[in-house]
Design a protein around this ligand. Structure first.
Ligand SMILES: [Zn+2]
Length: 324
């Protein structure tokens, strides 16, 4: 079960076990933690339903935090030391680098095409020999929203993509850790931020995927995404981009996300394309199979945190993805 703070409406919904007694009358009576601090004597409304005792608390709306936090940006890496990259599945060492720069934006390649096609070739680019290539070197990597771009010489045994596929696989455990993009420079390899450890730390795949989703949403004004690992697709509609929640009696989730409240995006998701599917309204996000599975499992697990009557919205399932 969970409580959610609808920041733009100014309301907290708490979903309790339907047999909870006595019914809370004030905030201080609610037997769980809330996603924001409220005075204990604030009145609450308890509504008994078949599958839950829903407690509704009116509170002030809050201006939403639309800052999108991208994990592992260049500034996060001290250029005076060497950083060690490992496979997050088997901890085999994959690469080292000392400096890192940020790529301009999630879809800078498309923007560059657009720029070059619609204006005279800028003098500054002509002077410098054409488009900036963002080529990593042996010691310098680039940070994209969801991946780091390495020169093959930074990688253990200078290992690159497999000859017959766009996947980079860990030479030790064979898990796919990166997907090549057609726009990447030839001397480069992508490693997905979801699948690596840097200096022993891991970023949860949900933080990586939501950061990419929110970045693309802002750049393209599109709210619907096809998450795909090439074999499977999930249709995900980002309904509320900023939803603080607290979870209770969800040991699997609270083990992965210990801080409380957790900031999430509330999504509607489906396993099949909706009847009114129009490709123009949707953006693809390519995920590695292991990351796709982790995101799918997380959505399904969070659906279970809602009472059964709130788990579906028409055609869609309701699910949460924690974000930074
Ligand atoms: Zn591995």
């Amino acid at each position: 079960m969970l409580s959610e703070y609808l920041t733009h409406v100014g309301r907290v919904n708490v979903y309790l076990d339907p047999n909870t007694t006595p019914h809370p009358k004030r905030v201080g009576d609610v037997p769980c933690s809330l996603p924001l601090s409220l005075r204990k004597d604030e009145p609450v409304v308890a509504i008994k339903r078949a599958d839950t005792l829903q407690v509704v608390i009116a509170c002030s709306p809050r201006i939403q935090n639309f800052d999108i936090v991208v994990p592992w940006k260049a500034l996060d890496f001290d250029s005076k030391r060497e950083h060690v990259v490992q496979c997050s599945y088997c901890t085999a060492q994959l690469a080292t680098f000392s400096s890192c720069r940020d790529l301009p934006s999630a879809n800078w390649q498309e923007l560059m095409d657009c720029w070059a096609c619609h204006v005279d070739f800028p003098a500054v680019l002509a002077k410098n020999g054409g488009m900036p290539a963002f080529s990593p070197t042996e010691h310098m990597s680039y940070s994209g929203t969801s991946f780091l771009l390495f020169h093959p010489n930074s990688l253990v045994n200078s290992q690159s993509y497999q000859s017959d596929s766009p996947l980079y696989k860990c030479s030790s455990c064979q898990t796919a850790l990166g997907i090549q993009d057609e726009h990447d420079v030839s001397e480069s390899v992508r490693l997905d931020k979801s699948c690596i450890l840097i200096n022993g730390s891991r970023i949860h795949p949900s933080y990586v995927v939501t950061s990419e989703l929110l970045t693309l949403r802002e750049l393209n004004a599109i709210h619907k995404f096809c998450l795909t690992d090439q074999s499977n697709t999930l249709y995900v509609w980002c309904f509320t981009p900023y939803l603080p929640v607290t979870l209770f009696n969800s040991p699997k989730l609270t083990a992965s996300f210990q801080q409380s409240p957790i900031i999430t995006i509330k999504t509607f998701y489906a396993y099949d394309a909706p009847g009114d599917f129009d490709a123009q309204d949707w953006l693809d996000i390519k995920l590695l199979p292991s990351v796709f599975k982790e995101i799918k499992d997380l959505l399904e697990l969070t659906t279970q945190c809602f009472p059964s009557s709130a788990q579906k919205f028409g055609f869609w399932y309701v699910g949460l993805l924690p974000r930074l």
